[in-house]
Design a binder for this molecule. Structure first.
Ligand SMILES: Nc1ncnc2c1ncn2[C@@H]1O[C@H](COP(=O)(O)OP(=O)(O)OP(=O)(O)O)[C@@H](O)[C@H]1O
Length: 205
């Protein structure tokens, strides 16, 4: 009977590529305008949409916020003034939710991106120790933490302006004292983006 037979190689392959657990999860973090979106977008394009997906942990917060206030979700997810205008209030609401359940937005973001059938997850905006903790608790060895670092002058050239209430908040600073990143990428003006990608793609195969 089919149900009684022992597992053959094809069954094992099926289980190994089961939709519930990705083979690799990149947990990207970095200060504002360090280049998180820039690097993760290129990485995603190289990996391709069949295998990979970008997950933004801030996505569910923004879509909830947009719905409840009747705002434009595309602009909230973008990079312009609109995002900055509602950032403070949104962050506060998110913090309250997270205090009750630190995995709440991680789970919501995974569901929102329909990530379960992809083998490589690129989390583009990890901001807190509890985000890292939740992914490692749930996906263990599949996780690799990636810190993007960049001098302040370069971030300023890219449009960053120090903003009290944002740049000194938990969302921007909670990971500053972490020093055990799996990968540190220096993303300034002269960086070799191809070398960074080679390093990251080497962790996927
Ligand atoms: N290596 C690079 N070469 C050229 N341009 C870059 C590089 N890295 C980042 N940039 C540019 O710098 C700007 C800021 O980068 P990006 O939006 O990726 O930062 P971020 O860390 O996602 O910022 P935020 O946290 O504010 O969303 C963008 O215009 C991006 O195209």
């Amino acid at each position: 009977m089919a149900t009684d037979r022992t597992l053959d190689a094809r069954d094992v392959t099926k289980i190994a590529s089961s939709p519930t657990k990705p083979a690799r999860i990149f947990l990207f973090s970095g200060k504002r305008k360090s280049g998180k979106d820039y690097i993760t977008d290129i990485l995603y394009n190289r990996i391709g949409s069949q295998r990979g997906t970008i997950i933004r942990l801030s996505g569910p917060i923004k879509s909830h916020w947009a719905k409840s206030l009747g705002l434009d979700i595309d602009q909230l997810l973008g990079h312009g003034e609109y995002k900055e205008k509602y950032r403070l209030e949104m962050v506060k609401w998110g913090e309250d939710m997270r205090r009750k359940d630190y995995g709440y937005f991680c789970r919501a973001a995974i569901d929102m991106c329909n990530a379960r059938d992809k083998s490589v997850w690129i989390i583009s905006d990890v901001r807190r120790k509890t985000d890292v903790k939740w992914f490692i608790e749930n996906f263990g060895d599949a996780c690799r933490t990636v810190r993007i670092v960049c001098p302040e002058e370069v971030r300023q050239k890219r449009g960053w302006v120090y903003t009290p209430g944002i740049d000194d908040s938990e969302t921007e600073c909670d990971l500053d004292d972490v020093d055990n990143w799996d990968v540190v990428l220096e993303n300034d003006d002269d960086s070799d983006v191809e070398a960074m990608l080679r390093q990251l793609l080497g962790l996927v195969s």
